[in-house]
Design a protein. Structure first.
Length: 246
């Protein structure tokens, strides 16, 4: 469990880099000095910290692999027709731990380049943010389609970048989210097709037998569950999801 919490801290270290040095320095000083603003009182520091923490769920859902995984799990449950099984809590929990597993290499780079130097007071918060951004940007660009990047470059009226490092984060983040939505829906479609065929076969069979009052979903559900279990569906699905980010 300790290693798990360390991995979680590594993944989100860059976004909490601004708050962590404040906590580390709290016993020694009660004010924070921000360039161009001046000294900030302790109550305002608490407000800033809580504001930063409120962005963690948004960061988790938009700048990591979480979005694609949750979409695919949703399509799987709809294709199986199992209603609320597995429950939302189980699917979200599995998606969260898969996200930690996938984002661990990025988190380790962010931790080594930005978080640890900031904790040792070797660099400033601004420098920590600048050092921590490239690994996250590289991960998102690897999963982002060029057409989506071009769209937001055009909409944002941003000069065409010569290198990936020159692409601003305000362009990378929405393009990455758009690409993840498209990829998730594509994977969900391919996942839906075999279960849809089972529904069609069962429905046609019941119709030919004149059993119009019997719901086809009641008959097809055991067959779909049996098929998913026999092919070791969870193993194949999780493996495909993780490999899609490599």
């Amino acid at each position: 469990m300790r290693r798990l919490f360390v991995m979680l801290g590594n993944v989100f270290g860059v976004w909490l880099a601004m708050a962590t040095p404040l906590l580390a320095q709290a016993p020694e000083r009660t004010t924070l000095t921000i360039d161009g603003v001046g000294a900030v009182s302790a109550p305002l520091q608490v407000v800033l910290l809580l504001t930063l923490l409120s962005f963690v769920p948004a960061v988790l859902m938009t700048m990591t692999s979480f979005t694609r995984i949750v979409i695919v799990f949703h399509f799987l449950r709809q294709a199986l027709g199992t209603q609320e099984a597995p429950s939302n809590q189980i699917l979200v929990g599995l998606a969260l731990f898969l996200t930690v597993f996938i984002m661990a290499p990025v988190g380790e780079q962010v931790n080594a380049l930005a978080v640890q130097p900031a904790l040792r007071n070797e660099i400033t918060v601004t420098q920590a943010l600048e050092r921590g951004a490239p690994p996250v940007r590289a991960f998102m660009l690897k999963q982002t389609r060029e057409s989506d990047l071009a769209l937001f470059v055009e909409l944002g009226k941003v000069p065409r970048p010569d290198t990936p490092e020159a692409v601003p984060m305000r362009v990378v983040v929405p393009a990455f989210i758009l690409s993840e939505l498209k990829t998730g829906f594509q994977m969900g479609f391919y996942l839906f097709v075999p279960f849809l065929l089972i529904d069609l076969v069962v429905s046609t069979t019941l119709l030919s037998m004149g059993m119009l009052q019997l719901p086809p979903a009641m008959i097809s559900l055991p067959f779909k569950v049996m098929l998913f279990v026999m092919i070791d569906g969870w193993n194949l699905l999780v493996s495909s999801l993780v490999r899609s980010f490599l």
